[in-house]
Write a protein that binds this ligand. Sequence first.
Ligand SMILES: Nc1ncnc2c1ncn2[C@@H]1O[C@H](COP(=O)(O)OP(=O)(O)OP(=O)(O)O)[C@@H](O)[C@H]1O
Length: 225
Amino acid sequence: MRVTLDAVTVRFGSRAVLQDLTLELSEPRIGLIGANGSGKSTLARLLNGLVLPGEGTVRVDGLDTAEDARAIRKRVGFVFQNPDNQIVLPIVREDLAFGLKNTGVPRREIPERVERQLAHFGIAHLADRPSHALSGGEKQLVALAAVLVMRPELVVLDEPTTLLDLRNRNVIRAAVAALPQQAVVVTHDLDLLTGYDRVLVLDEGRVVHDGKPRIAVPWYVEHCS
Ligand SMILES: Nc1ncnc2c1ncn2[C@@H]1O[C@H](COP(=O)(O)OP(=O)(O)OP(=O)(O)O)[C@@H](O)[C@H]1O
């Protein structure tokens, strides 16, 4: 998919948290890095219309997020930083089935799709567990599974590894690397970006570096830390 930002500014109150961004995002793996408060999550949220630009336009394959948010959300999945904001139903299996039911997937196909997605992440054993009683890392895996089961064309992940131990961080890294879909990943975990096609470094709402990870990551470490 091709996401284009044209002269986008986002303000919260009188403060511009993204300033006059013009970008085209179409590479398979894009990382967004930058200091706390630099605007990464806000940029990620623009991509599926969770945040709308105050000025300028965001288009996803030509659809304007300010006008076609519903159609865009079907195609662009968003994995929240805090999985509690995403998991809506009390039992894991039901949570994964929820979105599928809402988008009209035939009921007989739903259980198998849910099982397959959970098994893919090695979390089939969580299917009947209450979502609220999962560990932070388990919740993060369930939240990612719940987005992927919808088969979005683009997946936006906001700090997908923050709550995870080393083993599950590797599970997520491998899962993201193996995604057939395009992915945009906000992260402070710089190792996650190995092999990515493009990394954007944000600073105070502007893109201050844009390039391959082997250049962008050392640039960030040198200039922004
Ligand atoms: N809904 C909101 N209302 C007011 N201010 C907001 C809102 N969302 C974000 N901000 C502010 O916008 C700025 C950018 O926030 P954003 O979450 O995009 O940064 P970030 O780079 O993702 O940070 P972090 O690494 O800490 O997650 C911050 O100063 C934040 O306080």
